[in-house]
Design a binder for this molecule. Sequence first.
Ligand code: CA
Length: 230
Amino acid sequence: MTAKKVLIVEDEQAIREMTAFHLSRAGFDVLEAEDCRTARGLLADQRPDLALIDWMLPDMSGLELTRMLKRDKEYEDLSIIMLTARAEERDKVSGLDGGADDYITKPFSPRELIARIQAVLRRSNSANEELLIAGVLELDVLGHRVSASGVDVRLGPTEYRLLEFLMTHAERVYSRAQLLDRVWGANVYVEERTVDVHVRRLRKALSEATADKYIQTVRGTGYRFSTRHT
Ligand code: CA
């Protein structure tokens, strides 16, 4: 297995070097950038698997950079973990959600950081698999087919994309606005209640196999796909 490439975007040299040291020792290929401009160059040239992005950077906020990358098709396979200085920042940043796959608060232990990186990379690897399996559901990414308990489920194209997105991002809650961005596309103008309409259709299609329970409403927040919290 080739080493995974991790880009560290952090302007504080001591933290960047310490992090780079521990990640290299853990077997990662490490790239370093002290600002967003350098980071963007490395992202384009080196195609890292994961970027560790500090919130406070000199030329642009890490949150803006994260948002930009998460909206760019070019980087759809890039995982992002955001670094924040304090727990309150972390809450604020995750509230503003740029779409990062995880957040970690400084100071962090190298062991915790490595565990988080591995977890995020594992998740994104399974997102690249061709067959997604969760509970009674199977989704064939290449064939765009869905079955529940072995029986084919017919879905409209939007319901299919919605289900695929939710299954590849299981256990995370997405707001309607985030789902619009990620499933419908960032430049599409659709009202948020459109999401509810399609969630309803999706649930109806899955209800025969009682797989509709995996599409969960999280009050005041949005939707989540989960086979655990049922
Ligand atoms: Ca910083």
